[in-house]
Ligand binder design. Sequence first.
Ligand SMILES: CC(C)(COP(=O)(O)OP(=O)(O)OC[C@H]1O[C@@H](n2cnc3c(N)ncnc32)[C@H](O)[C@@H]1OP(=O)(O)O)[C@@H](O)C(=O)NCCC(=O)NCCS
Length: 174
Amino acid sequence: MSSDVSFRLATEEDALCIGALGTQVWLDTYATGGIRPSLAREVIKHFSLDGVASTLAKPDTALLLAERQDHLVAFAQLRYDAEHSVLPDRSAVELERLYVQEAFTGRGIGKRLLLEVETLVGPHGANTIWLNAWVGNRRALGFYTAQGYEDIGSDWYSFDGESHENRVFAKRLD
Ligand SMILES: CC(C)(COP(=O)(O)OP(=O)(O)OC[C@H]1O[C@@H](n2cnc3c(N)ncnc32)[C@H](O)[C@@H]1OP(=O)(O)O)[C@@H](O)C(=O)NCCC(=O)NCCS
């Protein structure tokens, strides 16, 4: 059950725990065949203390945390006014990350965190949320479809000379 989980916006003091959880979930999700230098560089770039601190300092970015018994168990990362070429709508928010620690998956925490995100962005005038999901991440593809997100096209994520296909999902907010 996720009833003992609470949600709040992150501050710069949360960077350490966000970096640790982000590293764990990113590697579990994307380094499915082990670690190679390109993956190691990418995960450290995003989730080192400096990497998370610079993300938190971006004026168009917000991180929403899910905590249980004073421990971080999941977080969402949003970017406001994030246009995408396959989206007709310009008042859009990108859900850049939705990361639940593996031990806490399947308990409704991802669903609740996503609902918190949708509630948070409404007052900012956003009418669409969109996101990229890697084609190899079958669980995420099923999850977003189950939450009412529509597959609206493909995109590519490139790092360190590699390109990986993503599906773009979007949901219009009422
Ligand atoms: C994908 C992820 C965010 C889902 O969060 P979660 O907490 O495990 O999911 P929940 O327990 O909240 O599931 C909510 C609903 O989605 C459904 N769902 C979950 N996985 C599903 C799947 N593979 N296929 C279809 N439905 C699925 C559940 O059945 C549940 O439906 P219900 O409310 O009708 O019972 C989480 O597994 C995660 O963080 N994974 C690793 C990181 C990742 O891949 N993030 C997304 C990157 S794009």
